[in-house]
Design a protein around this ligand. Structure first.
Ligand code: MRU
Length: 352
């Protein structure tokens, strides 16, 4: 697996200053190209156009983008550093609206900026916090993999939608993490990956990273999921999440809701896997999750040529909300929650 998001320090023994290194996911699967970013605008753009994408990876990249902002501002006093943190966070918060991990990570950086430290120490403290957010994400994903793998005993094939793998996090992924853990234990699970129109994260990214890891993967067009569920002995559907409301309603890549309905119709367990940074208990239900709408050209010109007549209207929501009633279990780093999610999620996620 390649590193999706990484902080590279310019000085040995220190985190600050440095630069944000990303694998450019718009170039996969045909080119493996890395970017090194040193401006807030370039980080904003990378998130906006999905050079870095996937809820946890967006959060980690944004936290590191704040450090880039401090460097760019050339702030020399604690107050000037705090102003730079606020400015970078405010800008990065406008990049994409649905994944709550973005806002969660930016809030953490703003909290860390309150530390009463001299300028050099404050900058170093903030850079360390951004790196820590990435390391914690890796640990959470690993734990999700361990918990998730317990749901896959005796399962030979699963279906997934979009990419909720290592490329969407700092390591391991969420929905794909149990497959990596199972592989380490000698259990090879066949994956059916929905292509995931319009931006093909399943075909381009999930298929790429699973092949790299030696996990057998078969790409299907989104409209083939029903037949695959009927014919291919799918033992579970595994998906990630961009935001989970207090009642368990889950926003994830557009098409997830349809997959959940199909899984229910075929009596296949439908599992959502996400770190605690993806939960938004300020929202009672999925009705208030903001859903990003993207450029119609992703639909009309997505496959390298125009596929829709000129002037025809397009609806292009990037996410949908799967009602909690269709979700068999929600897996996070702390364990596995089952319905009723209003109580089980609160119990699982409350500090012990
Ligand atoms: O638009 P994207 O590619 O950022 O959408 C990503 C997804 O919907 C993922 O399933 C989700 O962020 C979970 S990633 C662990």
């Amino acid at each position: 697996m390649v590193k999706t998001v990484e902080w590279l320090s310019d000085q040995p023994g220190r985190f600050f200053p440095g630069r944000l290194k990303l694998i450019d996911q718009t170039r996969l699967p045909t080119e493996v190209l890395f970017l090194e970013l040193r401006t807030v605008e370039s980080v904003w753009h990378a998130i906006k156009i999905l050079q870095v994408r996937g809820a946890p990876a967006i959060g980690v990249a944004a936290a590191m983008g704040v450090i880039v902002g401090i460097q760019e501002s050339r702030a020399r006093t604690p107050d000037a550093i705090r102003t730079a943190v606020r400015a970078a966070a405010d800008r990065l918060a406008t990049s994409r609206p649905t994944a709550v991990n973005l806002f969660w990570a930016l809030d953490r950086m703003k909290q860390a900026a309150r530390a009463d430290l001299p300028a050099t120490d404050l900058a170093e403290h903030l850079a360390a916090e951004a790196v820590r957010i990435g390391m914690e994400d890796t640990a959470m994903c690993r734990a999700i993999g361990e918990h998730g793998a317990t749901l896959l005993a005796g399962v030979h094939s699963v279906l997934t939608h979009c990419n909720a793998g290592s490329l969407a996090t700092s390591w391991y992924g969420t929905a794909l993490a149990p497959l990596y853990v199972a592989l380490e234990k000698g259990q090879v699970i066949q994956v059916y990956a929905d292509e995931t129109r319009p931006l093909l994260q399943g075909a381009r990214l999930t298929a790429w990273e699973l092949s790299q890891a030696g996990i057998p993967v078969t790409v299907i067009c989104d409209n083939m999921a029903a037949v695959v569920m009927r014919q291919k002995k799918i033992g579970a559907v595994l998906v990630g999440a961009d935001r989970i409301a207090a009642n368990g309603d889950t926003a994830n890549k557009i098409g997830t809701y349809g997959v959940a309905l199909l899984a229910a119709a075929h009596r296949i367990p439908f599992y959502v896997l996400a770190p605690s940074s993806t939960f938004d208990f300020t929202l009672a239900s999925g009705d208030s999750i903001p859903i990003e709408e993207r450029d119609p050209r992703e639909v009309t010109h997505g496959l390298g040529k125009q596929t829709v007549p000129e002037g025809v209207k397009v609806f292009n929501p990037a996410f949908d909300v799967t009602p909690a009633a269709l979700i068999t279990a929600i897996v996070c780093e702390k364990g596995i929650a089952r319905p009723d999610y209003r109580t089980s999620l609160k119990t699982l996620l409350s500090p012990r």
